[in-house]
Unconditional design. Structure first.
Ligand code: 5GP
Ligand code: MG
Ligand code: MG
Length: 173
């Protein structure tokens, strides 16, 4: 059974506020923000967030998968990467959820090589009790350390299109 953790209304409300926080932070620094959507999980968050940012927003999309194999460091595979110039740009990486931070720290290390003027992170969700190696500047919700699905997040590619964030009580199918 899927239980609602964060409703559609709560998501919309908080993402509207985040858009404002981000606008307020950047408005004296730049008139153009370059937003990097980390596919696939961030798709709905990205789409909603950029509509609530009152600046010019350029888009990039990247796709990576993380394999936590036998080694504790895990392994990252890049499936698609940016080809837009971001040197000297104000860049914000838009993530769905921060757990160990391994994926994100890999992404940030690589993006830094393009020498953006500034590189920040916004994540919709951050798991409590975790101490990720990346500190996001903007966080939507801090949540319990549970496996969540919906609003872009999957379990074996299922449940991404749920309009809310949920968690599975009992056995997941
Ligand atoms: P991290 O590298 O921070 O440990 O996690 C990277 C990725 O694992 C996230 O971007 C997300 O795709 C996936 N992930 C982490 N926690 C969850 C979760 O609770 N639910 C789902 N569906 N994916 C998660
Ligand atoms: Mg992600
Ligand atoms: Mg996934």
């Amino acid at each position: 059974m899927i239980e609602v953790m964060i409703s559609k209304e709560q998501l919309n409300e908080r993402i509207k506020q985040l858009g404002k926080e981000i606008t307020d932070y950047y408005k004296d620094k730049t008139d153009t923000l370059h937003a990097v959507c980390v596919l696939k999980g961030s798709i709905h968050f990205f789409s909603e967030l950029v509509q609530n940012i009152d600046l010019n927003v350029e888009y990039s999309f990247i796709q990576v998968s993380s394999y936590s194999g036998v080694s504790s460091t895990g392994r990252i595979r890049v499936k698609s990467w940016i080809d837009e110039p971001i040197e000297g740009r104000h860049v914000i990486v838009v993530e769905d959820i921060l757990d160990t931070g391994l994926t994100l720290s890999y992404i940030l290390d690589y993006l830094r090589r393009y020498r953006p003027a500034d590189l920040k992170v916004v994540t919709l969700l951050k798991k409590l009790g975790r101490n990720p190696q990346v500190k996001p500047e903007f966080v939507g919700f801090e949540i319990e350390d549970k496996f969540v699905i919906g609003y872009g997040l999957d379990y074996n590619e299922k449940y991404r299109n749920l309009p809310y964030i949920g968690w599975v009580k009992g056995e997941i199918k």
